[in-house]
Each structure stands twice: as structure tokens, then as C-alpha cells.
Design a protein around this ligand. Structure first.
Ligand code: GDP
Ligand code: MG
Length: 727
């Protein structure tokens, strides 16, 4: 029989650090079923039969945020054998709020006060034995970072789990509880085990709306509640919240001695500069420039270019030794074994070229992830969120959304993956949906093509593309925020400013690898499949009534061309309803820079320059400049490349949300491109038709969606008001 121990605590209290220290490399990382919350499970070092769960960081067991729901469902549903409650010793007061709730679950609890290294450095004292006595559970002091006391804490948790001695909270609202408890006992009968009744009684008193999902039969206790409320002249939810805080402050008074210090800590001093009203933004811009410069332009850029040009290209020389690139090796092998033409094509032009292009991003991403992991774990990311939050809240995003978007201007894939640093589920989903609106570096050739071919290389075209991207993000934020899916009770907002510190190399590398690996896995599955499909459709087709393998320049006979002709009418209202443009847009799904190469092939060039200068003239002859701009806008905003779609699928962790995101992007792209073309031609040529009316209707609808009043949902005020007051 294995023992399950759950690590529970506030965000940033050090759960993951402790989890890593306790489990080492015995970890399984995945997602909680159907949601975007990461799930980590591992075996305790030296104990094959002890499983440790790293629960999401939460502030309470009330089901306000997805993280809270996940953690709570696990605790109630799976009932681990013991809970190791991690408490940030530098922030005991706020952390104890969750502790008071954990102890009500009827599961054995042991409390580990973490960050003791900082507490000691500050000269503060925590009276462990007194705390333990007041709380009614064992308390130990640890430093997850330094590794002190952690194995003892784990041993004690194992012993506690084996002993099955439930923690019975020393209750703060005994009187209220008793009155409800009696009738609950009666009504619930044997449906609910004895040790859980107390917990459910409290949840009923707290008027917890999600309680139905946990209780098969919800007893009606409205009578008791009315009685209590009449007596105390307050609602039971507030009564309980209040008493929790009264109880916590009594504990703090007795068990915690703050050293007499009026000098600022180092963290405070750094924050004075870093979050300063005038300096914050310039400092942030400088740091981000450095990160971006290092990971996209220089180090990461070189590594990625090297991978693409050498490893997945011609090859390279290694200490005087000529090492051929992967495609060269593969080609030699395939020729040597006398492999059929079509199979050679599939492997070389399809799989290796397609998956290679995607894997080429890996070095760049790893460099970026190192920087991100550093900024995250040293504590700076929390400040960034703090600085940007006020601006981003206005259009429904969080301060942390800024980072994915910035990274997304280099490549959407790491951009989308950087959204993991956003704890709140709704903010994260919204960020994932909008990040790829920012033109990534692979879209720049399309911009260069259109600007060169139809606008004489005008300087305004490129900036206008970024402007369109930013406007799409802002408008989407405002519109989506008001939709039913994204409305509902927002999470109580608590800004977390942990003390600055030097992260460990191990933790940074681990975080980098976890993110990198999940991307590589994606490239191996969904992207592989997609490239095979597109390869097949572009290299097979009918020539003179005969179905066969095609040459590169015969693309216009391919299945893809047939598909392009079949759907090109869809794009007629957008001004570019010809099959060549439709095919270019489809191949852009493999990688956006393919759009230029595809036009090149369709116009009879096997290879064109990056900006496609060879075909400018032909392209200019085939569409008007307004149509070309509409084509540009569509390709900027529509579903991103397969790699980025893979990242969206991975991060959303739900097929429904994936389609919702990609569908929204493509729909928005279609609507904007249609309006650009229709209104543009109305202004330039005065032509007016059915679709001009449609465009006006769409614009009116769009404006309505932007300005309609949102369902500004009620913020749960009972919670956390006292936290703010306590400071
Ligand atoms: P989680 O959000 O609860 O998983 O917290 P993490 O494990 O990610 O830790 C948050 C931050 O606190 C990280 O940067 C850790 O390096 C740091 N940290 C964790 N434990 C300790 C500790 O005992 N002492 C100090 N000084 N820092 C710690
Ligand atoms: Mg964590």
C-alpha cells in the first residue's frame, strides 16, 4: 500500500522547491484532467511507497479560482494520507488562513514553516511548540532552498500518515458549528464519513456554492443559518471569515516575535528602485531588451540559425571533421537502400524539412527559458506583473500577459508557453488566445513581400502590421472579457511580492527542460502529422488525368491546389479569391515564411529571396493593393503556424479550448480583412455591393461588442478584506 502526501500552501511559499528536493528526479509532470493547471507527482527519495503531490498554490479552500477547485477536489476526493502544509515563515499571517481550512478537512496535517533562513536573518522568532499547541498539529521549521529540516519534515509526515491520527482543529467558531453540526449529522447519515462532516458543516456555513459537487445529498441547513444570522446580525460567511482572522491574529501575537528593526531589508531597498514610479518602466524595458536580445537576436538566434543551416542543412565541420547535416545523411541512406521516390520525398521534403523547421526553434527557446526561469524564481516576475497590471487590467489581461506577447514578437511558440507563468486560469487562456496576434519574426517576410510588391516598400507597412496586432489584442481583451465564458466571479486579487533571492542552478535548468521537452514532444506528434498531410497534398496530384507524384514546380496540379481552388471563393469578399493566394495561406500554416516561397513556386520560381523580390511584379499584377493589404492582415491574425497551434493545444490542455482559440483568431482575421478590403475599395474606387453592406454591419457589430456593458461580476469581498486591513 502506498502512502500519499500532499504539499499544500500559498503560491510562492516554496512547495515546488521542497517537492524537487524531496523527490529528486522521480517526478511525473502532467496536467490535472481537462484543465490547464500543472500536476506534479513524485516518489519520496528513499521511499518507494510514498507518493508526494505538489498541489497548485492557493490562498484558501474556497472554490474561487481554478487552482483552488483543483486542489480542493483532490483533497476532498482523493483524501491523501497526510497533508504537509507549507507556510512561508516571512508571511505567516496570510499563510495561516489556508492552514485553518486545511485542518478542518479531517486529514492528518503537519505544518512546515519554510524560509526559515530568511526569518532567522531578519532576526524574527517563531515559537514552534506554542504554535503547535495552539493549532493542534505538529509544526517543524525548514528551509526548502537550503535543504535544512526537510527530510525530518517528510519523515514526520510519513509517520503521521501511517498513524492515521486525524488533525482535529481547535475551533474558533465552535458555537456556530455545534448548532449546524447536530442537524447535519442527522441529515447526512452515513453518506459522509465522520471526520468529514465537520468540514462540510463549515462549508455550508460559508455558503460554499460548489459544495453540491462534493456532497451527494446537500442537507438544508437554512433554518440553522437564519437563526445564527439573526442572533449575530451578520451573514455566516462573514462571521466565519472574521473569526478565522481573529484566531490567526491571536496566534501571531503569542507565537511570533518580530525583531525590532526599522531598517529596510535588501528586498525593500531593491523594490524602492525597481518598482519606483518613474524608474519601473525603463528598468523593465531594459531588462526585457536584454532578454530578447540574448535569446532571439544573438545567442539563441545563432543557435537556431546553426541548427537550421547546419544540423538540419548542409552539415558543419567539427574540429576539422566534416559532419553532414541530418537531411544529407538521410538522403544518402535512402539512396543507398534504394528507397522509392515518393518515400524519399516524404521523409526528406515532408518530415525532416517540416519537423526540422520546428525543432530548429528549440535552441532559441531553451535560451529564452533560462532567462525566464531566472527572472521568475529570483522574484522579479512578480514585480513585472505588479508594474504592468494596472495597464493590462483595463482590457481584461493580466500584467503578466505582457511577457508572452513580448516574446511572441520573436516566435509565438515560446510566447504561448511563457503564458504558464500566469497563475490565474482565465488570464492565461485569454493570453494564449491573443499572443500570436503580434507579428512574429516568421511573418516579417510576408510583410516585406506585400510592402515590396504593392506599396513600393513604403515605410508605414511594417509598423502598421504591429499596430494591427496590438489593436487586435486590446480589442479581443475587451470583447472576450465581456463574453459569458470569461465572465464569472473573478479571483480575489492578491499581489505577491516575494523577497528577492538567488535561485539555484538546478531549479533553473529543471524549469527550462520541462518547458523545452513538452515542446519537443509536441513536434513529434501533432506537428509531424500535420506536415505529412500537407506534404502529401502538395506533392501528389493529377497530371493529364493521371494521379502521381509531382515535381516541385508542378504544385499547381496538386491536391492542395485543388483544395485551394475549391475554397478560394471564401476569400473573394476579402479581395483575393484566387487559388494561388488560398494555397499560400494554407502552406503558411506550416510556417508563416512559407507564404513567400509558395507564391514563388506558383509563379514559376523554385526558389525566391526571403522577401520574394523576384515575384513582386507578377504579384502586383494579380491583385490590387487593397486586396494585398487584406491578404496581409488575414495572414497576420489568422490561426498561427502548426508549431504555435501545437503550443496552444498543449497549454490549453483541452480540445474545445484549442478550437475555440484557433476559431476565434481565424474569424477575427476574416472579419478584419473583409472590412479592410470592402471599405478600402469603397474609398478608392467607390464600388459598392452586398459585401460593403456586410462590412458596415460587421463594423457596427464589432463596435457594439466593444462598448456594450460587461457583466462586471461581484468580487467576493468577504475574503481577504481582513488581509488588506491587517497590513
Ligand atoms: P511554490 O509557488 O510554492 O511552488 O514556490 P516555489 O518553490 O516556486 O518557491 C518560490 C520562491 O521561493 C523560489 O524562488 C524559491 O527559490 C524560493 N524559496 C523556496 N524555499 C525557500 C527557502 O527556504 N528559503 C529561501 N530563501 N527561498 C526559498
Ligand atoms: Mg510551484
Amino acid at each position: 500500500m502506498s502512502i500519499k502526501i500532499a504539499l499544500a500552501g500559498n503560491p510562492n511559499c516554496g512547495k515546488t522547491t521542497l517537492f524537487n528536493a524531496l523527490t529528486g528526479s522521480n517526478q511525473f509532470v502532467g496536467n490535472w484532467p481537462g484543465v490547464t493547471v500543472e500536476k506534479k507527482e513524485g516518489k519520496l527519495k528513499g521511499h518507494k511507497d510514498v507518493i508526494i503531490m505538489d498541489l497548485p498554490g492557493i490562498y484558501s479552500l474556497s472554490p474561487y479560482t481554478l487552482e483552488e477547485v483543483v486542489a480542493r477536489n483532490y483533497l476532498i476526493g482523493e483524501r491523501p494520507d497526510a497533508i504537509l502544509n507549507i507556510v512561508d515563515g516571512t508571511n505567516i499571517e496570510r499563510n495561516l488562513y489556508l492552514s485553518t481550512q486545511l485542518m478542518e478537512l479531517g486529514i492528518p496535517v503537519i505544518m512546515a514553516i519554510n524560509m526559515m533562513d530568511i526569518v532567522e536573518k531578519n532576526g524574527d522568532k517563531i515559537h514552534i511548540s506554542k504554535l503547535s499547541q495552539k493549532l493542534g498539529c505538529e509544526v517543524v521549521e525548514i528551509s526548502a532552498l537550503k535543504g535544512t529540516g526537510i527530510s525530518q519534515a517528510a519523515e514526520k509526515a510519513v509517520a503521521l500518515a501511517n498513524g492515521k491520527k486525524n488533525t482535529v482543529p481547535v475551533h474558533k467558531f465552535q458555537a456556530e458549528l455545534e448548532s449546524v453540526l447536530d442537524s447535519i449529522e442527522e441529515k447526512l447519515g452515513n453518506d459522509v464519513p465522520e471526520e468529514q462532516k465537520r468540514f462540510f458543516a463549515i462549508k455550508l456555513l460559508e455558503k460554499d456554492s460548489k459544495i453540491e459537487t462534493q456532497l451527494k445529498r446537500v442537507p438544508d441547513v437554512s433554518e440553522e443559518i437564519t437563526l445564527i444570522e439573526r442572533e449575530m446580525d451578520d451573514d455566516t460567511e462573514s462571521i466565519i471569515t472574521n473569526e478565522r482572522y481573529v484566531y490567526i491574529s491571536s496566534i501571531i501575537n503569542e507565537c511570533y516575535t518580530r525583531s525590532k528593526r526599522d531598517k529596510l531589508t535588501i528586498s525593500d531597498k531593491i523594490d524602492r528602485i525597481v518598482t519606483n514610479r518613474f524608474l519601473a518602466l525603463p528598468i523593465f524595458a531594459a531588462i526585457m531588451f536584454l532578454v530578447y536580445y540574448a535569446s532571439v537576436t544573438t545567442v539563441g538566434g545563432w543557435a537556431t540559425d546553426w541548427t537550421n543551416d547546419n544540423l538540419f542543412g548542409e552539415g558543419f565541420s567539427f574540429f576539422g571533421l566534416d559532419v553532414p547535416g541530418i537531411p544529407v545523411i538521410a538522403e544518402n541512406i535512402l539512396v543507398a537502400v534504394g528507397c522509392a521516390d515518393w518515400l524519399q520525398g516524404l521523409i526528406l521534403d515532408g518530415i525532416i524539412a517540416g519537423v526540422g523547421a520546428v525543432l530548429g526553434f528549440v535552441p532559441q527557446m531553451l535560451v529564452l527559458f533560462i532567462f525566464l526561469a531566472f527572472l521568475e524564481s529570483c522574484g522579479y516576475m512578480a514585480r513585472v506583473a505588479f508594474i504592468m497590471d494596472r495597464i493590462f487590467r483595463k482590457f481584461g489581461l493580466s500584467g503578466k500577459s505582457f511577457i508572452p506577447m513580448l516574446i511572441g514578437s520573436g516566435c509565438g511558440v515560446p510566447g504561448i508557453m511563457a503564458s504558464r507563468t500566469i497563475e490565474n486560469d482565465r488570464d492565461r487562456k485569454m493570453t494564449i488566445m491573443t499572443t500570436t496576434f503580434i507579428p512574429c519574426s516568421a511573418k516579417l517576410p510576408i510583410i516585406a513581400l506585400i510592402s515590396g510588391a504593392l506599396f513600393g516598400g513604403a515605410a508605414w507597412v511594417a509598423p502598421s502590421a504591429y499596430f494591427v496586432g496590438i489593436a487586435a489584442i486590446i480589442c479581443s481583451g475587451i470583447i472576450l472579457k465581456k463574453t459569458k465564458i470569461f465572465s464569472g466571479d473573478p479571483a480575489p486579487f492578491v499581489m505577491e511580492l516575494p523577497a528577492y533571492h538567488m535561485p539555484t542552478v538546478e531549479n533553473i535548468l529543471r524549469s527550462m527542460w520541462e518547458r523545452g521537452w513538452s515542446f519537443i514532444k509536441k513536434a513529434g506528434t501533432i506537428i509531424l502529422l500535420a506536415t505529412i498531410v500537407v506534404w502529401f497534398t502538395s506533392y501528389f496530384g493529377w497530371v493529364d488525368g493521371q494521379f502521381r507524384l509531382l515535381d516541385t514546380l508542378e504544385l499547381d496540379h496538386s491536391i492542395l491546389a485543388a483544395v485551394g481552388s475549391t475554397i478560394s471563393w471564401l476569400f473573394a469578399p476579402l479581395g483575393w479569391g484566387n487559388w494561388k493566394a488560398a494555397v499560400a495561406a494554407i502552406t503558411g500554416l506550416i510556417a508563416k515564411e512559407n507564404v513567400v516561397g509558395t507564391f514563388g513556386i506558383l509563379y514559376g520560381f523554385a526558389e525566391v529571396a526571403e522577401d520574394g523580390s523576384e515575384i513582386w511584379g507578377t504579384l502586383a499584377g494579380s491583385m490590387t493593393s487593397i486586396a494585398a493589404y487584406s491578404f496581409l492582415v488575414f495572414n497576420l491574425l489568422c490561426a498561427p503556424c502548426f508549431a504555435a497551434m501545437g503550443a496552444i493545444k498543449r497549454e490549453m490542455n483541452s480540445a474545445r479550448w484549442f478550437w475555440y482559440a484557433v476559431g476565434y483568431q481565424t474569424l477575427l482575421a476574416y472579419v478584419v480583412a473583409l472590412c479592410v478590403y470592402q471599405i478600402g475599395t469603397l474609398i478608392t474606387t467607390g464600388s459598392f455591393g452586398v459585401f460593403t453592406i456586410v462590412a458596415f454591419a460587421l463594423i457596427a457589430g464589432f463596435i457594439f461588442l466593444l462598448v456594450r456593458p460587461g457583466k462586471d461580476s461581484k468580487v467576493s469581498k468577504a475574503n481577504f478584506k481582513s488581509v488588506a486591513g491587517a497590513k
